[in-house]
Ligand binder design. Structure first.
Ligand code: PMP
Length: 360
């Protein structure tokens, strides 16, 4: 067996310990004589799996009792519609557009009501986070929406926007569980798990209870109402059971690592190794404003597309996978999620130095 260093933006690297445990339990989960994949979602064994996954997530994030945790499907993209369908009581919402994902969410919301773009960083190819200390928040806005970490561009809100009392909704797909979070600052926190938390197919929604009501937009399908899933403890219909089981294992792994404060330290250390090198390099450079740099997704370029392509190819041959930047921006991107070990980042930097020496 040989495992590569996988810098994919998602689906992404998972902790090896989690994969090893899942492999050992594949044919017989905990004496049940079957895999979790083959198990009824109404069984006692699965009830325990989803129950302890939720309890561990609550502990990790310090989720208060007045928030529900929902394990849903449809990817993060389905939330682009579920959020307005469930929360747009006044049919007005404010969006801060800092990349492709918030742009898509904004466009989706505009199908259901008035979506206002109250700040954007599109003018400089989303290479920064706009000043959000005094935004023109609409008086009748049902919520203010952000994408907290921009997977494609590699920026992150270091400070949450001042929503002037309005409910904050955040897509945290690519920074989920990378650091401690004050859940009380948000009305809704959601993310697809396939970056930092588990396999594709699960989306986790953490939502304040008062936002879960029957008062949704007319015609909202039963499956797209938060209340449907909240009332049924995420078991209204068959949930993405195997994915939830792996997420549960990742939560336990995170607890063993010392929780989210320890992960933040580790993530800062890993990111610093890469950013320090990028800042010093005569060949490679980062593409976003230093103050807004993501700890999770690190885009960089040489400035010469042919050299970028050569680098990606040679890196792949050397065991560094998925370093090509998003198809919309080119260049390179190293995603260094929780499960990427520090050695992986050090090895990447050593490889980049060698490439720089050979090609400058
Ligand atoms: N939001 C963010 C921040 C993302 O990075 C992505 C996927 N890369 C999405 C939303 C869309 O996720 P999904 O493919 O699960 O719909």
């Amino acid at each position: 067996m040989s495992r590569v260093y996988n810098f994919s933006a998602g689906p992404a690297v998972l902790p090896e310990e989690v994969l090893t445990e899942a492999a050992a339990e594949m044919l017989d989960y905990n004496g049940n004589g079957m895999s979790v994949m083959e198990m009824s979602h109404r069984s006692k064994a699965f009830q325990e799996i989803i129950g302890s996954a939720e309890a561990d997530l609550r502990e990790l994030l310090g989720i208060p009792g007045n928030y529900k945790v929902l394990f849903l499907q449809g990817g993060a993209s389905q939330q682009f519609a579920m959020i307005p369908m469930n929360l747009m009581k006044n049919r007005v919402a404010d969006y801060i557009v800092t990349g492709q994902w918030s742009k898509k969410a904004y466009a989706e919301a505009a199908k259901y009501g008035t979506a206002n773009k109250i700040a954007s960083s599109e003018d400089k190819t989303y290479s920064y986070i706009p000043d959000c200390t005094d935004l023109p928040v609409s008086d009748d806005a049902d919520y203010v929406y952000i994408c907290e970490n921009n997977t494609i561009y590699g920026t992150k809100f270091k400070q949450l926007p001042d929503t002037k009392g309005k409910t904050l909704v955040a897509d945290v797909s690519s920074c989920f569980l990378s650091e401690p979070v004050d859940v009380t600052k948000y009305g809704v926190i959601y993310g697809g798990v396939q970056k930092n938390v588990g396999p594709a197919g699960v989306v986790i929604v953490i939502i304040r209870e008062d936002l879960i009501t029957d008062d949704v937009l007319p015609g909202t399908p039963t499956m797209l109402q938060y209340k449907t899933h909240a009332d049924a403890g995420s078991l209204y219909n068959t949930p993405p059971a195997y994915g939830i089981y792996i997420c549960g294992k990742v939560f336990r792994w995170l607890k063993r690592q010392g929780g989210l404060a320890a992960m933040k330290k580790r993530n800062e250390k890993k990111a610093k190794i890469l950013y320090d090198y990028l800042d010093a390099s005569r060949m490679f450079s980062g593409t976003v404003e230093a103050k807004d740099r993501s700890l999770m997704n690190v885009p960089f370029i040489t400035g010469i597309p042919e050299l970028d392509a050569k680098f990606v190819e040679e890196a792949k041959a050397a065991g560094f996978e998925n370093l090509k930047g998003h198809r919309s921006v080119g260049g390179m991107r190293a995603s260094i999620y929780n499960a990427m070990p520090e050695e992986g980042v050090e090895a990447l930097v050593a490889f980049m130095k060698k490439f720089e020496e050979e090609n400058l």
